[in-house]
Design a binder for this molecule. Structure first.
Ligand SMILES: [Fe+2]
Length: 667
């Protein structure tokens, strides 16, 4: 979440937010690389100049120890597709708490100090203390991560006299770095001077991945409502078409794409994605498996004989649109986090626990599909982070359909066609997002679609593209709605899914709800009798009454087991739920009196269970629409039949096992 409401925000305001140092961003110069170096630093995608612009003379520290060494635990061997590398710094004469190690890629990235690079982090909303190098390092750790470093618990000897006595006692530290195969070679660089004024002490030398072309991170998505075909998308350093082999003998060739300079940047707002945060994405392969049956399991692998094959994985197709039932998981704002003690750009602390919990749900075989509704990886222009995110979700997304909606952190940027002109995408402007997550949309940069799975009709919108009454997006979505609710399949539950919410009690510095968006789109929800609305963007869980124009048209009643039950047999208004607690640091609610004695109304049809029976009855912006609030990491799981829809929210209280999971996990 980060952004300003309204489409007419002046650029000047954005610049003011970024601070006075904005205009002083240091852009790096281009220096041709020697031919041998060019060979070493092989490009895995298209050829372009800007991927090598970050070359500068290295800074040096004064009087470095002559005994310094940086050794990596591979012992000279190439890195496998995933590893926890032990990096040992030895030969230190005087440990200093400002000593740190960066993991850089490719190994020719500029490690000079660029103090104003901090602006590039701020541009995407990240205010953390991070290394200010001229090219973004993948991750970094202070040597104090090794508790024995400052006290010199691990000693060595740099120099001995003729008798063998040590004349130069040295200290060492060992750090752990988690790495996944992002294709380009890696180097560990030892610095002193902290993150702000770094100088280079020693480098490890480049280490390559064992197979930079390895097909990795396969993830599935539905292509239409029939559930007889599934798209698989994966990444490789190889640009030749590969194949997905499935169902005991069938195969489909991949369509290969990549992206280079086709993102966005403007002169007064230089984009990290185009330079400071650039990382070669390799090639993105996508193939459609056809001739499948709905709700059936299939085994597949992807790759080629020349670059290797993935492991075999089993997936299940979702139920066909119009069939009896559907179970799905939905969340927003997940992102990623390091699996080691490193600092990285834009860490989402709940992402790992939520991803693991969803993976566990998948293992039960009771989840048909996943919906991730915006703010996907938070790479926001620091492109190597897409690989880490894809690695995180592969256990989930390789087994069931992983459907997405676009968020501000994938799309927004000035002069790029986004409704909101904040620099939240870091200059990506949806290009990496649409490359990695091809959805059944009508065209590029029109990331809205409708799809049916089981008894649910999903309308997935982009809150970042024009949504006014006459907009292309709204027109197309209305057509879909009319088609399906007219006379074809009238029993379907209609879910409206997007990123930015219409109702949120979270305060915060910036408003989370755009009144223009609400005024334009909310009437459609009522007109077309949308049952349930899911949004993210705000990092918590909140559920409303059946609400329209901030008034409760319908109030749920608790059933015998204490579950809030809404009656949609006499439709009054949609129920809204924010499910943005998928990983980003949580947003709290204002401190209001809680109570759980809402006046009951006879309702049935849609049920929402509650985690702690936390119900609020407070006046918020003139309404009493906020019924349930949970500020914990988690996700919603929904089971929909032709008559009922049960919504449960599994929160971090349960993820961390602090409460019995034998009870109804919910809300
Ligand atoms: Fe957001």
């Amino acid at each position: 979440m980060m952004g300003f409401p309204g489409s007419g925000i002046p650029l000047l305001l954005v610049l003011a937010f970024l601070g006075p140092c904005f205009f002083g961003v240091a852009r790096t110069s281009s220096t041709p690389a020697p031919e041998s170096e060019m060979l070493l630093h092989e490009s895995y995608a298209g050829k372009s100049e800007f991927r090598t612009v970050n070359r500068k003379e290295l800074g040096s520290c004064l009087n470095p120890s002559p005994y310094l060494a940086v050794n990596v635990s591979t012992g000279g061997a190439p890195i496998p597709d995933e590893a926890f590398l032990k990096v040992t710094v030895s030969g230190v004469l005087k440990p200093d708490k400002s000593d740190w190690v960066a993991m850089i890629t490719p190994s020719n990235s500029s490690v000079s100090g660029c103090p104003l690079s901090g602006v590039n982090y701020v541009e995407t909303g990240d205010l953390a203390n991070l290394p200010l190098l001229c090219h973004y390092p993948v991750k970094a750790q202070y040597l104090t991560s090794d508790p024995g470093y400052m006290g010199c618990k691990n000693t060595g000897c740099g120099k001995r006299d003729a008798s063998g006595a040590c004349q130069a006692r040295t200290c060492a530290a060992t750090l752990t770095f988690h790495v996944v195969n992002f294709r380009t070679d890696v180097e560990f660089v030892l610095f002193s001077g902290g993150f702000g004024t770094p100088c280079v002490l020693k480098r490890s030398g480049a280490i390559r991945f064992a197979n930079p072309a390895k097909p990795l991170y396969g993830h599935l998505s539905s292509t239409d409502s029939k559930a007889t075909s599934m798209r698989l998308t994966w990444v490789s350093g190889d640009g030749k078409p590969q194949q997905v082999q499935y169902d005991g003998g069938k195969s489909a060739a991949s369509h290969v794409t990549t992206f280079t300079q086709d993102m966005c940047s403007i002169a007064v707002l230089p984009s990290p994605a185009m330079d400071f945060g650039w990382h070669d994405p390799g090639y993105i392969h996508s193939a459609v498996m056809t001739g499948l049956q709905p709700s059936q399991s299939y085994t597949y692998r992807y790759g080629s004989d020349s670059v290797g094959w993935s492991d075999k994985t089993t997936f299940r197709t979702p139920p066909a649109g119009g069939s009896d039932e559907l179970s799905f998981v939905i969340f927003g704002d997940m992102g990623k986090a390091p699996l080691d003690p490193s600092v990285e750009h834009y860490i989402q602390p709940g992402s790992i626990s939520v991803a693991k919990a969803v993976a566990k749900e998948i293992q039960t075989g009771k989840v048909d599909s996943i919906f991730h509704i915006g703010d996907i990886s938070y790479a926001t222009g620091f492109l190597v982070e897409w690989d880490f995110f894809l690695h995180l979700i592969t256990p989930l997304a390789s087994q069931v359909s992983y459907m997405t909606a676009i968020g501000n952190h994938e799309r927004d940027y000035a002069e790029s066609g986004s409704v909101y002109v904040t620099p939240d995408s870091g200059g990506e402007c949806g290009v990496p997002y649409e490359s990695y997550f091809p959805m059944p949309s009508v065209a590029k940069d029109k990331p809205w679609y409708s799809i049916e799975q089981g008894s649910v009709h999903f309308i997935v919108i982009s809150t970042e593209h024009e949504w006014s009454e006459k907009s292309e997006q709204v027109f197309e979505q209305q057509i879909f709605i009319l088609f399906h609710t007219g006379d074809v399949i009238t029993f379907l539950k209609t879910l409206f899914v997007g990123h930015r919410p219409m109702y949120s009690s979270h305060g915060g510095l910036l408003p989370n709800v755009d009144s223009n968006f609400v005024a334009s789109v909310e009437p459609l929800l009522l007109n077309y009798q949308v049952d349930l609305v899911f949004f993210g963007h705000v990092h918590n869980y909140e559920r409303t009454c059946a609400v329209y124009q901030s008034k409760c048209n319908g109030i749920p009643k608790k059933d015998a087991s204490g579950i809030d039950t809404y009656d949609n047999s006499n439709y009054t208004a949609p129920v809204h739920a924010i499910v943005g607690a998928g990983g980003f640091s949580l947003d709290n609610f204002p401190n209001k009196e809680l109570r759980d004695d809402l006046n009951p109304v006879i309702l049935n049809d849609i049920r929402c269970t509650s985690v702690n029976n936390i119900f609020l009855d407070v006046q918020i912006k003139g309404g009493t629409w906020s019924l349930s609030r949970v500020s914990e990491f988690g996700y919603a799981r929904v089971h929909a039949t032709k008559t009922d829809m049960l919504v449960q929210v599994s929160s971090s209280t349960f993820l961390h096992g602090q409460k019995s999971t034998s009870k109804t996990e919910s809300d």
